[in-house]
Write a protein that binds this ligand. Structure first.
Ligand code: ATP
Ligand code: MG
Length: 579
């Protein structure tokens, strides 16, 4: 893909111009501001790629800021995992930091300054305390077409408002009894300009600050302050914030008046916000609230269930950071909402794993083959990765009994079926040519054992007399192969848009067949595979060893335990081709 296709997007051009015009004081500073109320998902990964990616491109820094201004649902467990996931995606925050860790900020560390700024607004007559109920407030605010109605508190004195605001802070009032509103413009067609609430009362302990505060700043007030005081130059977010931008600028203007904007190399740094379309992917949901509901109600095994669109889920599924970054690049940055096909992400995963994954043989739906005229044991030598010579080779044991996949056998072959069938020759990958002669059924009529003979002159794979054998199949030696549990994943939802009947009805579109567990046989080298290691099971797909200690019974899934578990990352082929 040429650079101009997706990477010279409007955000990049915007930053380029500011750099050229000297507005950054010599350093581009961006931030990624997750709320620590859940694990990050593929949509956040997109924002991570944009925020960290733009900073890196311009040799600047990207802050990781936990936007922990809403005390109710936040936790350190989430915060730690957000950090882990960003690092895993290949990014590292940098900059000064507000607590000893470079580049790392907590919005809550600014609560003192936010409060002080709010008091300044009150003193300047730019904010007032209002005791309209939420319902009344909505009626007063009105509709964009007609001016709203001023609150009875709108024209009260700074003294009165300072007193009430301090009483709010000191815990004198119940939740919702009072709030602090910025005094802007009740006639503005932009509803967010009609004296927005900037502080509210919430008697809820904060996960870091405990009971220190019972009033908390609203996002629209807190976010521009965080950006401005951290010296952020370019604040990128999703489109729903576009209508909030005038309010963002209003707050920055007030900070400017208060002389609070930082100065870098003689340039006063004025943060600016721009918006891009959020990433949407079909056949899944991405709201943290809904993901949490699926975890809590047990529809998935946890935030890191390999079917989840979370970063930790994708990691356990075997997706690679490079593939996820490539996907985010290919989706591009745009101003227009659109939906992406999960097949594009899978395509990126396949492309990456095809280059890097070690090849192995595994039989997921085993049926036994007995080579009646074979005696003793032999070893075949197979390449670990035909695309990477440095990956070397391995030796795999071969003996009289082997497992093959049931799908590679037909009692009566259809036309052009060149694999195993009575009277037909097939190549056993890397080993020899085998001629199937008969098979045995069990009491239920299911094929239980296949018999035949090998051509000794074909050792290595080709017949000495040069006769052609079209089909080649993979196999696992019964004597030396290992047993493994393999988890086959499919889409979590059956519906392209699981939210089409609203957020309360998405669960009815859960795919009941999104997880299938099979007992498989794998070649001996896989018995020593390590958690997180990627493999291509030949002719089948890409698989990853499950992370340890993730099984429901608490037993480790690691390879050196008796429990070897593979997750299917993605099947080998798909008709999907990116544009
Ligand atoms: P959700 O709506 O999924 O619960 P959120 O927007 O509430 O997510 P935040 O933690 O507030 O989650 O988001 C952190 C950053 O990630 C924000 O800048 C937000 O704009 C961005 N972001 C969230 N979802 C997406 C998405 N689907 N595509 C791109 N960026 C996203
Ligand atoms: Mg949010």
């Amino acid at each position: 893909m040429s650079e101009s296709d997706t990477s010279r997007h409007f955000l990049r051009q915007w930053i380029e111009k500011d750099v050229a015009d000297g507005r950054t004081g010599g350093k581009v500073v961006t931030r990624f501001p997750p709320e620590p109320n859940g694990y990050i998902h593929i949509g956040h990964a997109k924002a991570v790629c944009v925020d960290f990616g733009m900073a890196a491109l311009f040799g600047g820094e990207c802050h990781l800021r936990l936007d922990d201004t809403n005390p109710a649902k936040e936790s350190d467990e989430y915060a730690e995992n957000i950090k882990k996931d960003i690092n895993w995606l290949g990014f590292q925050w940098s900059g000064e930091g507000d607590s000893g860790e470079p580049g790392f900020y907590n919005a809550s560390n600014m609560f003192d300054r936010m409060y002080e700024i709010a008091e300044n607004l009150v003193k300047a007559g730019q904010a007032y305390c209002c005791n309209l109920t939420q319902d009344e407030w909505k009626v007063y605010r009105g509709v964009p077409e007609k001016p709203g109605t001023p609150s009875p508190s709108r024209d009260t004195t700074p003294e009165r408002n300072l007193r009430i605001f301090r009483e709010m802070r000191d815990g004198k009032y119940a939740d919702g009894e009072w709030c602090l509103r910025a005094k802007i413009d009740m006639a503005s067609p932009n509803i967010h300009f009609r004296d927005p609430v900037i502080y509210r009362i919430r008697h809820v302990a904060h996960y870091h600050l405990g009971d220190k505060w019972c009033i908390y700043p609203m996002y629209d007030f807190a976010h521009p302050i965080e950006d401005a005081l951290e010296g952020v130059t370019h604040s990128m977010c999703t489109l729903e914030f576009e209508v909030h931008r005038p309010l963002y600028d209003w707050v920055v203007d007030r900070l400017d008046e208060m002389g609070m904007l930082p100065v870098r190399n003689g340039v006063r740094i004025r943060t600016q916000q721009r918006e891009f379309a959020r990433l949407n992917i079909t056949y899944t949901v991405m709201s943290k609230r809904l993901l949490l509901q699926m975890v809590k109600d047990g529809h998935v095994a946890g935030w890191d269930d390999p079917r989840m669109p979370t970063v930790c889920g994708m990691r356990r599924r075997g997706y690679t950071p490079a593939a996820i970054r490539e996907f985010c690049d290919r989706v591009g940055v745009s101003k227009v909402e659109s939906e992406s096909d999960p097949a594009l992400l899978e395509w990126c995963v396949r492309e990456d794993l095809n280059r890097t994954a070690t090849r192995r043989m595994a039989v997921l739906d085993p049926v036994k083959v007995v080579i009646d005229n074979f005696e003793g044991t032999r070893e075949v030598e197979l390449q670990n990765n035909p695309l990477d010579e440095t990956a070397g080779t391995r030796r795999v044991g071969f003996s009289r009994e082997i497992w093959i996949d049931r799908a590679d056998f037909r009692e009566v072959p259809e036309k052009k079926f060149f694999r195993m069938a009575p009277g037909q020759e097939v190549r056993l990958r890397g080993a020899c040519i085998f001629r199937c002669e008969s098979f045995v059924r069990d009491a239920d009529g299911v094929v239980a054992e296949i018999h035949g003979t090998w051509d000794e002159s074909s050792w290595g794979g080709n017949a000495a007399d040069g006769r052609k054998v079209k089909g080649t199949i993979h196999w696992v030696d019964c004597a030396t192969g290992a047993k493994a549990e393999v988890r086959l994943y499919d889409r979590l939802f059956t519906e392209k848009d699981p939210m089409k009947d609203g957020a309360d009805n998405f669960l009815k579109y859960l795919n009941p067949d999104s997880l299938k567990v099979v007992e498989a046989y794998v070649e001996p080298a896989l018995a020593r595979a390590k958690p997180g290691e990627h493999f291509q099971f030949e002719r089948t797909g890409y698989f990853v060893v499950d992370e340890p200690n993730n099984l429901p019974d608490g037993e480790p899934a690691a390879a050196d335990s008796s429990r070897l578990v593979f997750n299917r990352t993605v099947t080998l082929k798909d008709s999907y081709k990116p544009l």
